[in-house]
Design a protein around this ligand. Structure first.
Ligand SMILES: [Zn+2]
Length: 506
């Protein structure tokens, strides 16, 4: 199957699969809503129907050893007993409950609201606490971006939450045989243990993966509160997350690569370059950040006093002052989608290499460039268009390499036109200028400028083209595309074609 048809069908299937996806989403959502309603009705009967007047004295099942601690939390309205006059000390605590209780202890804002987690909606009772605790860096989601509100909290997770919430730092070394020095929660457990908040089990273990019970939770929080002088709870400080990352650059020596604009309503700023790192703050649409360094798809940025890593997908180049010459360069495919492969060449690699050189040529010529990707990851087709448009690009150039029968050879460039609008006329000329430069520079067959409805060049209001810089499946084309010389030729030709276009346009 040729790359051409592969691309075509990919693009046409896109709408179809979206509809199918929506339909199955609807079914799943109905199912989810059903089970959620059931779960909520059960929960509201059993757990979230506390009687606040019930004191520890009148609750029937509180063990003597924890009476004082639980009583403190009940007085402070942090935890409650059940309507049946019990406390159920052995019941586990969910992540949502734990956050709500910590939120009450810290007097956090509990106004129900949207959160950054897809599985914590604004109608959930603790959504306000979850949002504010996330903002303060007390809680973080799972690495898949979810929060899993109904999952039971483990003792290790609670150690992390409490050490962050009450800003507890370990002084001395406490060792538990079942807590490895290099584990993610070592520091938190060591902190709360050395602060005397948790001493572990009588047998000397900590049992980090054990489910946290209501009794244990109460003891931990009550001790944390007492440590902090009853109710004078410190706000977690801004630069709280421990500098455990040696790779974190020193602030004073930070160079500024460029400035970029945030395009997400709520963009997490993290301690390190992946979603596994803790959130240290948030940015919002329109914030202009200074980019200090790039690591893969992550940028180390600063915004006022806030510093950390954000995903570059949500950053676009800051629009130039009065110059409207900003072109989006879109290296095709990437990440999970390698594109075509033949003769030892992989399309996503070849086109990225060439596109990065296009970028450099254009920047040297004073033209602003927005890249849809600068490393090996896959932005969706609509995402690429969105990056270009949010980056205030005024033209869009997608770079691909072809595949077909081994006899097929040469260069071709696509634009899309259904009528004769200004955009379509500009798209045609952009395609023509690039293609004319390209086939000559590559010393290849000229297959010409063609009209085709590829999604990336169709679903945009910008003059847009998709250029194919040769066939990976053709021996001669592939031989050239393997060489640095011809990759540079291709990049220079595309850049010069873009400059021709701007000269023609202005
Ligand atoms: Zn392609």
């Amino acid at each position: 199957m040729s790359h051409f048809y592969k691309c075509q069908s990919e693009r046409e299937d896109y709408g179809q699969s979206k509809i199918l996806f929506r339909r199955s989403m609807r079914i799943t959502m109905l199912k989810k809503i059903g089970s959620l309603l059931f779960a909520l009705s059960v929960l509201s009967l059993v757990i979230f129907h506390p009687i606040q007047e019930v004191s520890a004295e009148t609750l029937s099942d509180i063990p003597d050893r924890s009476k004082e601690n639980i009583n403190l939390l009940i007085e402070k309205e942090i935890i409650f007993g059940y309507t049946d006059g019990t406390f159920k000390p052995k019941n586990p605590v969910s992540r949502q409950e734990a956050t709500a209780m910590i939120g009450r202890a810290l007097n956090l804002d509990n106004t129900k609201q949207k959160t950054t987690f897809p599985d914590v909606t604004s109608d959930m009772y603790a959504s306000g606490y979850i949002a504010s605790a996330t903002e303060k860096g007390i809680i973080t989601g799972h690495s898949d971006g979810s929060f899993r509100p109904n999952e039971t909290v483990t003792r290790a997770q609670m150690a992390i939450i409490i050490s962050r919430a009450f800003d507890i730092k370990g002084e001395t070394k406490k060792s538990f045989p079942d807590v490895a020095n290099d584990s993610l929660y070592y520091e938190a457990i060591n902190s709360i243990a050395s602060a005397g908040i948790s001493v572990g089990y009588p047998d000397g273990t900590f049992k980090p993966y054990n489910k946290l019970t209501r009794e244990e939770f109460s003891i931990l929080v009550a001790k944390a509160i007492s440590e902090n002088g009853d109710y004078v709870v410190q706000e977690p400080s801004e630069e709280k997350p421990e500098p455990q990352e040696p790779e974190e650059p020193k602030d004073e020596t930070l160079d500024v690569l460029d400035e970029r604009i945030v395009t997400a309503d709520s963009l997490n700023v993290r301690q390190g370059p992946s979603i596994d790192y803790d959130i240290v703050g948030k940015l919002t649409t329109g914030n202009a950040v200074k980019v200090h360094k790039l690591e893969g798809d992550w940028a180390y940025v600063s915004y006022g006093g806030l510093k950390g890593y954000v995903h570059t997908y949500y950053l676009v180049a800051k629009p130039g002052e009065a110059t409207p010459q900003t072109v989006a360069i879109d290296p095709g495919h990437g990440g999970k989608d390698p594109g075509a492969s033949a003769n030892g060449l992989v399309e996503k690699e070849v086109v990225l290499d060439v596109s990065l050189m296009v970028r450099d040529y254009l920047k040297d010529s004073g033209i602003n460039v927005v890249m849809t990707r600068q490393s090996d990851w896959y932005p969706s087709l609509d995402g690429r268009v969105a990056i270009a448009q949010k980056g205030k690009a005024d033209a869009f150039v997608s770079v691909h390499a072809n595949a077909f029968m081994s006899s097929a050879t040469g260069v071709e460039t696509f634009y899309y036109a259904a009528g004769m609008t200004d955009r379509e006329r500009k798209s045609y000329y952009l395609a023509k200028f690039i293609n004319d430069r390209l086939y000559k520079a590559m010393d290849m067959n000229n297959r010409g400028v063609k009209n085709a409805g590829y999604r990336v060049i169709k679903a945009t209001t910008l003059p847009s083209v998709l250029t194919e810089i040769g066939f990976l499946t053709n021996d001669n084309d592939a031989r050239k595309l393997k060489t640095q010389h011809y990759r540079e030729e291709a990049a220079q030709a595309i850049a010069l074609g873009i400059i021709d276009y701007y000269n023609w346009r202005d």
